[in-house]
Design a protein around this ligand. Structure first.
Ligand SMILES: C[S@@+](CC[C@H](N)C(=O)[O-])C[C@H]1O[C@@H](n2cnc3c(N)ncnc32)[C@H](O)[C@@H]1O
Ligand SMILES: O=c1cc(-c2ccc(O)cc2)oc2c(O)c(O)ccc12
Length: 236
């Protein structure tokens, strides 16, 4: 069903980069753990530096990990490890993260910082396409419903494929969290107003957001934090 959106003045929160900078300066950077800042600095000159999960999104993810008492988590899309380190610093000492990325080289940029922070023992890194790893995990029934939390920040065209598999691996009551679900705001723009380079991602994201909004097995919160964070609580 198509819903109309009533336009009201001044009801849009994220009006400017200044407001975003205000949030970062006031509430995010002063509380960011030192190793996370180190990892951001170590990534700053990498050609894909913008891949790193936004620090304000990271702060929300840490809050969600704490609120759900997450201990066993899975992450798809590691890059240099900002969200991975954030998770490792947040979960308990005996927590475990299954981390998957096709690229080990970028993981190794952040690895010394992860090691110095004393949390490497919580990480089981798989250098692989994510789908075969998820399918392998699903072959063992013991893994069904065994994860408390999943974070997805990888190839946007596979988000729904990841969702279908993670819905079996994450327990009822657990959380599945997706990054980039507003894709730079382009989801709300007409296609012709979007840079060519952003169009495929926009289309994937629009399709994913629609499927998520229609999925009766989850409760959903779509937050305009970072590049858009969608949190799904598995309810059946
Ligand atoms: C946006 S980055 C992840 C950023 C990370 N969450 C952080 O905070 O720095 C996306 C990552 O997904 C990985 N990736 C892309 N396609 C993948 C796939 N099919 N399976 C596993 N990893 C994939 C890329 O190698 C890249 O490192
Ligand atoms: O601009 C991007 C591109 C990606 C991306 C593209 C293709 C893949 O296989 C994986 C990731 O991811 C991004 C991202 O996560 C982000 O926070 C900002 C920009 C991009």
């Amino acid at each position: 069903m198509e819903h109309t959106v009533k336009k009201r003045p001044n009801d849009i929160l994220l009006q400017s980069k200044d407001l975003y900078d205000y949030i970062l300066k006031t509430s995010v950077y002063p509380r960011e753990a030192a190793p996370l800042k180190q990892l951001r600095d170590a990534t700053a000159n990498h050609p894909l530096y913008f891949f790193g999960t936004a620090p304000d999104a990271g702060q929300l993810i840490a809050m969600l990990l704490k609120l759900t008492n997450a201990k066993k988590t899975i992450e798809i899309g590691v890059y240099t490890g900002y969200s991975l380190l954030l998770t490792a610093l947040t979960i308990p000492e005996d927590g475990q993260i299954t981390a998957i990325d096709v690229n080990r080289e970028t993981y190794e940029i952040g690895l010394p910082i992860i090691q110095n922070a004393g949390v490497e023992h919580k990480i089981n890194f798989f250098q692989s396409e994510a789908l075969p790893v998820l399918d392998k995990l699903l072959e063992d029934g013991e893994n069904d419903g065994s994860f408390d939390f999943a974070f997805v920040d990888a190839d946007k065209g596979n988000y729904w494929n990841y969702h279908e598999r993670l819905m079996k691996l994450v327990k009822v009551g657990g959380l599945l969290v997706y990054d980039n679900t507003l894709w730079g705001g382009t989801v709300a723009l007409p296609e012709e107003a979007v840079l060519e380079s952003k169009r495929v991602g926009r289309e994937f994201t629009i399709q994913f957001n629609k499927l998520i909004s229609e999925d009766p097995r989850i409760e959903v919160s779509h937050a305009s934090v970072g590049d858009g964070i969608t949190s799904c609580r598995r309810i059946s």
